[in-house]
Structures are given as C-alpha cells and as structure tokens.
Design a protein around this ligand. Sequence first.
Ligand code: M6R
Length: 571
Amino acid sequence: MCGIVGYYGDEEASEKVFRGLKKLEYRGYDSAGIATAGNPTIKTEKAVGEVEEVRNPDIDGTSGIGHTRWATHGGVTQENAHPHVSEQEKVAVVHNGIIENYQELKQQIDAEFKSETDTEVIPHLLEEKLRQNTIKDAVNKVMKKLEGSYAVAAMLDTGELIAFRKGSPLVLGIDNGEYHLASDVTPFLKHTSKAVFLEDGDYAVIDGDHTVYNSGKQVSREIQEIDWDAEQASKEGHNHFMEKEIKEQPKTVKRAAYQDKSDLEKAVDMIESAEDVYLTGCGTASFAASLGAKYIRESGHEAHSEQSHELEYRSDEITEEDIVIAVSQSGETADLLSLLDETQADVLAVVNVVGSTLARQADHKLYVNAGPEIGVASTKAFTAQLTVLKLIAYSLENRTEEGREKLLDTAEKISETIDANRQEIEELSTYLVEKDHVYFIGRDKGYEMAREANLKLKELSYIHAEAFPGGEFKHGTLALVEEGTPVVAFLREDYSQAYNNMMEAHSRGADIVSVGDTKIEESNFHIDMPEDENPEILEIVPFQMAAYLTAVKKGHNPDKPRNLAKSVTVK
Ligand code: M6R
C-alpha cells in the first residue's frame, strides 16, 4: 500500500527512482511523484495517475526519492501526491503507512499545509527539529512524536537520505557506494542483491555511508544476500505479470514442495506440541489458511481457521500453548501483523517475501518460494501456499517423501489442465464479459475453491460475484437466480449433494459452469479436471485464467485492478 523508493549515488537520481517506482507500482497507482536534491533546492515532479505520468521529469540531482500512492488520507489529487516538502523546502518526504495523530500534530506545527495528507506533518517536523539538532537526534525526536505505522524516506536539500520505519516495510540496497531505499527488494534487484532490512524503530542516515540507529543508539544490521533474480520480477515477454505468474505455477509448485527437511520437521514439531492450532491470513491467503486447516484436520490434528481481522476480536482465546500459522504472500499485511501482535502463541509463517516483517517476526518460517508476485491478484503464491500446507499435513502423517512426490505430480498436471480446458476457458471468459452477477458454490474444500475463484473474478473483472457453500445457496440467495444467471459449481467434494445444489439453480434457469472430472449434461461450460490427490492446486488455475481473460476483454489492466494494492499495510 504505497511504494517508496530512494536513491543516493553518482548518477541522475530521477531516472533511477522512476525505474524503481515502476517495480513498485503494484503497491498503489493513484498518483506518483519524484523529488531530487541538487543543492540548493529540492525539485519535485508529481502527477495524478500511474508512475508513467512522471517519466523523464525535468529535475536533476544525484539523490532522489519517489512514491506511488494508494490513497488513504486525502483524495487522489496532485496536491496530495507525495513527495511532500517542508516550509523552507529543506526536507522532502515520501511515506507508506498512516500517521494516526496527524491532526493533533498539525495543531502544534507552525507551517502552511498544502495537502490533506497525514504525511505532510513529517517534513515540517523534521525541518523544525533539524534547526537545532544533528540528523540523528532530529529523526529520533520526530519518531517519538509520530503514532501509527510508517516507512519514510526523507531527503535533505543537501542530498542526504534518511530512512525510518515502524510497522511498514523498508529495505536498504547496498551497491558499491550507491544506496537504494525501497518498500521491497524488487526495485534494486537489478543493481544489487545486498540488502539491509530495517527493523521496527530503526532509522538510517545515508550520506555516502550508511549508519543505522534505534532509539538514539547506533545498531548493526546484517547485510543479507537476496537470491531472487531480477528477471523473475519482469514480464519476460508476457502481456501482463498475471499471465506470466499463472503460467509459472508448474515451476513454483515444485519449488514450494522442496522444503528444507529440518525446517519442515521444526514446523511439524510446533504443531504437534501445540494445544490448539490456528491458521490465519487475509483475502486469498485466508482461503489457503482455511484449506490448510482442513488438510491438518485430515492428518488427525485439530486446527481452526479464521481471517486475521476477525480472529483479532478473540485473540485472548489464543494462549501461549497454541500456535498460529500465519499465511501471507507479502508478509506485510497489517490485519495479520496486528493479530500477531495481540497473541501470546508462537507463530509459524508460511510466507513468500523474503525478509518481510512476518518472516522476521515469526518464531519459525517456511518460505513458499514463489518468487516475486507482481500482479495484484494472487495466483502462484496461492498454489505455493497450498503446496506447503499440504506438505505439512503429509509430514504430520509421516508421509513427507510420498507427499512431496504427489505434489510434484500435481505440478506436472497444471499445464495439462490449462491446455485441456483452453478453449472452454476462452469461451467462458467471452460469456462472462456480458454478465453482471455470478455465483460460485462448492462443498467442503470445494467451498474454498468457490471463494477463491469468486475473488479472482470480481477483483479483476469488477463483475459482482459471490461464493456460498453449496448447502447454503438455497437458504436465500437462490432467489437471485433467474434465466441466464451464471452459477459456477465445484463438484468434486460430496459429489451428489453438490450436484443437487447445482441442479436447484439449473432448474431455476441458471447457466451452469461445472468443475470436476465428470462432464455434466446440463452444463453450459465444463472445466474438466484430471484425477489427482491435490485437486485444489489444479482447480483454481482455469479460474485464474478465466478471470484474467475476462478482465482483459473488458479492457481492464489485470495487473492493477482499480482501488486495490498488492500489500495491504493498513488495517
Ligand atoms: O500479502 P498477503 O498474502 O498477506 O495478502 C492478503 C490479501 O490482501 C491478498 O491475498 C488479496 O486478497 C489478493 N489481492 C487477492 O488476489
């Protein structure tokens, strides 16, 4: 939610910052802006819309910061676009997060505010504190005043960069005398694989060297080697990241299945020795968590699942004898991190982004190894999460190697499943373009499939869609079915009951899209599934593709659905 970038080095900063912002655009695309420092002035270029709007800004300087915004406080206007600059134009700031006490701080600051944002208090405060303090002390004082969550890159008119964070992510890339700041590693992977992940409360001063402080004291932070390569974060000839990411799944599912033996054993130990097991996440990751709970129950251990923002209301029920399995692609989702802050239990993270807040804070982690997922809609991260959760369940049954083989078999069938259904998916997407409402139903694990397929379709195509347990549909929603209403039925689990639920809709005029290994006479479309031990990994893929194609046919950008952002770092 908002992407921030900074550059300090010898080259033209605006170009570096622009390139970096392009990589972070998935974090928000309401407005964009760049500032550079060339003594004696800070120069800014800002625009409403995507990062492309600030390509080739006519601003020079070898230090720069930039921002791509997902609006929270203040409308989508040029004035509210970051960077925000202080009264005397000595400090420019970009920010990701929310300053909760900004109204109160505004009353204390003697400056003319030019935007409606919470962010603008930061450059004013910094400028005020820098009048009488060293950079180090000024930042420490400002951080003490700020409440809420923030990752901030500030730039002085003399070119120094300052980075500080609490709650929101911020990484420093170190590249032979050049420095890159960013919300995640993707903007600087092309230049360097060396990164310092700032911890909560850290602040760093970058002035040709980098020094990290926390609460007024210098601290040392390890320089980590990131083994994602830059190519993984590019489209590699595909029209959209989403298309590329869907097609990567045969590879990413395999990668997810190869977990380090001792890491997996530790995860299994944590589950076996816990009193209660809670799986949680948000959005797509919550459906993976819900399926994960079912896999773990099938392996003979009790497990519960709930979306993080709801589970937080009863976080006091989770004791230190329990374990929370936190599922997240980004590892930065505020609703999830906030729940974890509230619980006493040990946390096992099932996470994709290396070095993310969740990965660093968890007691133990299993990386799903899907590589950078840039499309806002989660695809390969979901199937990688299912793979890791299923592997855990196999391990709980002492069948790790056999289970891994089965998962590798499943991975082999992904391309086959797309190929076998290619024409049907194409025709289904053309059909869906004309529809205003779609319903998804499924029973047991088919219900999670219905929920995830439904989320994919609505977030990309903006078609109203809802998902229900098959048994629930007739308890009210069936009233909305009329001639030609599309109902997608996942038929694998509890086949005859699921079939009955589908027929209840069909006999009221619904157009049926059936998913399973038996062709249904009444179906208008049938997505055919091969026999497999891990059908959830396969079943979702045709719907990722159908949602993608429907969005493209409607003229939407599937990589950047409206109003959304890739990592949701606000509650
Ligand atoms: O990064 P996370 O996995 O924690 O993100 C959770 C959700 O915000 C995310 O899955 C969201 O629902 C996706 N846009 C769905 O495609």
